[in-house]
Design a protein around this ligand. Structure first.
Ligand SMILES: [Zn+2]
Length: 269
């Protein structure tokens, strides 16, 4: 693991001792499981399986739909509820993650960028391609729901409103057309917060929208179009993962948010 990641995690563990614990919904953010890259956003399948088994045993995992209802005060939830989400859409997800989720009957939402699937192109340029057929197969398990992550993974905070609207509508249209499901939820690429104009476009189209930030989402104060998510990384030791699922390691989320805004300052996608 890069030394700076370790330092950030150790600082976040230390900060947990002084930051007040907040009760609320933790939305975990995954990208890949068992991909060929093995980077920070790619978890080993056995690690992911252990995480899902632990969460399933605790009975805390809600579907995003149920979690939103809980945030609106329309249903009850177990203590420290957790939602699982995936970004982008890569074949390793259907090959290694969906089976684990189905085995434990744990729901998850995939925020899908549609262009690379439609074009039969690798999202990470690593030769692996996710097909609509594989996604349709994964949907038959009943544990996966599909949200939108734009069409081309465009960074929406810097797009003109009509181009941003096109990104949203193309992805929703393709998900409907190819999979027969309606994308009700959205996640911003790179978790970059939108301009006011794009924010309005997203609110008009989706019942929820997700960023990152590593915070818990509290009943009464959460804007469901700014859901906070907690990224899970390869370098998370089991005890760190459990802390994250319990709403801890908040400092890491905060530091990553600042770093990400800087890193993508001039990028388009
Ligand atoms: Zn993404």
């Amino acid at each position: 693991m890069p030394a700076r990641h370790l330092l950030v995690k150790q600082a976040a563990v230390a900060a947990d001792a002084v930051l007040p614990r907040r009760e609320g919904l933790v939305v975990l953010l995954y990208h890949r499981v068992g991909g060929p890259g093995g980077g920070e956003v790619d978890l080993a399948p056995s690690v992911f399986a252990d995480q899902v088994a632990w969460l399933a045993d605790s009975g805390r995992v809600l579907s995003l739909e149920d979690a939103l209802a809980w945030l609106r005060g329309e249903r009850t939830a177990p203590a420290r509820p957790v939602v699982l989400t995936f970004d982008d859409g890569t074949p390793d997800l259907v090959e290694h993650a969906v089976g684990v989720l189905a085995r434990h009957d744990v729901p998850a939402t995939l925020y899908l960028a549609t262009e690379h699937v439609e074009q039969g192109r690798s999202f990470w340029d690593d030769g692996t391609v996710l097909s609509w057929a594989a996604l349709a197969d994964a949907l038959t398990t009943g544990v996966l729901s599909i949200g939108s992550h734009t069409h081309s993974h465009a960074l929406l905070d810097r797009l003109a409103p009509d181009a941003a609207a096109d990104e949203l509508d193309r992805s929703v249209g393709l998900i409907e057309e190819r999979l027969g499901v309606t994308a009700l939820d959205f996640a911003y690429p790179k978790a970059l917060p939108p301009s006011p104009a794009v924010d309005a476009l997203v609110r008009a189209r989706f019942r929820s929208a997700a960023l990152a930030g590593g915070r818990v989402n509290r009943v009464g104060t959460t804007d469901v179009h700014r859901l906070a998510r907690t990224p899970v990384q390869r370098s998370d030791r089991p005890d760190w993962f459990r802390r994250k699922a319990d709403g801890g390691l908040r400092l890491e989320g905060l530091l990553r948010e600042v770093a990400s805004r800087r890193r993508y300052a001039g990028a388009q996608r």
